[in-house]
Each structure stands twice: as structure tokens, then as C-alpha cells.
Design a binder for this molecule. Structure first.
Ligand code: FE
Length: 171
């Protein structure tokens, strides 16, 4: 009879090039200061800032008719709506609590939260860059994982959590 080994852990070292795993206990933080302000009524909460692969996972929080400025994605984005609801000015559907959204490469859109929504929180995985554009597509600015890391670092220094606080989210 073969012995059941289903509960025996893998007995070898992980590949030495493999970075340490990253575990965030409370995705929605108890400490309000963890949210990094991004614009009026818009914050993000870093989860994984993947500098080695050029993408980031974060929660986006928008309160009371906030707007995430018009932007273009050269690469795909995945989103899961944890709380509230939002929509794009460019589409007629609404992303509702519990829903999933795939944003295809090439998409340009403007995320809005309507007046009657107290708060929306969405988990986004964003690859490469977000190019902020005018209504005709002319590029006004950009964000990538490195500007995200910078924003976090500056915020966490300013509120006293220190320069190294963001490092736990970087891989
Ligand atoms: Fe987007």
C-alpha cells in the first residue's frame, strides 16, 4: 500500500532566484494612514509593487464623486470591485460591488464615482504604465510602478512611518 503523502510539505529549498512571498494581513488597513493620497477624494493602498516585472497591485479608493483622470493603458488591467460602484465616461456599463473588470490594451477611459456612492474600493492589477491624456489622446503624464513606489515612499515619510515602510510591498 502506498503511503499517503498529501500532507508532507515539499522538502527542498525554493529556487534561490525566487523572491520571498508577500503576505498582507489586512488588505483594507485598520490604519487610515496606509492609504496614499493621489488626487482629491482618490487614494491607493499598495499591495504588491512589482519593480522586477513592471506592474502593481493596489486598492483604489474613491469617495464622493471623485474622478480618476482620463488615461490610456498600453497593457491589460484586471479589477475586482470590493465596495461601491463606478463607471467609465467612455462606456455604458457600471462596475458593481463583487464584479470583475478586464481592461484591454489600448483602452483610454475616465473612471468616475457618482455622487450617491459614499465610497468605492477596487482591487486593480495594472501592468506597465498608465498614460494620462487629454480628450484627444495627447499624453500629459504617466504613472508606472516606480512613480507609485516614489509616491508611497514620500507619503510614508511624511506621516512618520519612515522611508523603509514601502519596501515590504516591493518585489
Ligand atoms: Fe484604467
Amino acid at each position: 500500500m502506498t503511503q499517503d503523502n498529501s500532507r508532507i510539505p515539499y522538502r527542498h529549498a525554493q529556487p534561490k532566484e525566487s523572491p520571498p512571498e508577500l503576505v498582507v494581513a489586512a488588505v483594507i488597513p485598520a490604519d487610515e494612514r496606509i492609504w496614499v493620497p493621489q488626487a482629491e477624494n482618490v487614494w491607493f493602498r499598495p499591495l504588491c509593487l512589482c519593480a522586477s516585472r513592471g506592474y502593481w497591485m493596489n486598492l483604489l479608493r474613491v469617495r464622493k464623486s471623485g474622478v480618476l483622470s482620463r488615461h490610456r493603458h498600453p497593457q491589460p488591467v484586471h479589477g475586482y470591485v470590493i465596495k461601491g460602484r463606478w463607471r467609465y465616461l467612455e462606456h455604458d456599463w457600471v462596475a458593481e460591488e463583487g464584479g470583475y473588470v478586464y481592461e484591454a490594451p489600448g483602452e483610454t477611459h475616465t473612471l468616475v464615482v457618482d455622487e450617491d456612492v459614499e465610497e468605492m474600493i477596487t482591487l486593480f492589477q495594472v501592468n506597465g504604465v498608465m498614460l494620462y491624456v487629454d480628450p484627444d489622446g495627447a499624453v500629459l503624464g504617466y504613472e508606472d510602478v516606480f512613480t507609485k513606489i516614489d509616491l508611497c515612499r514620500r507619503h510614508y515619510v511624511a506621516i512618520g512611518l519612515g522611508e523603509g515602510y514601502v519596501d515590504q510591498f516591493i518585489r
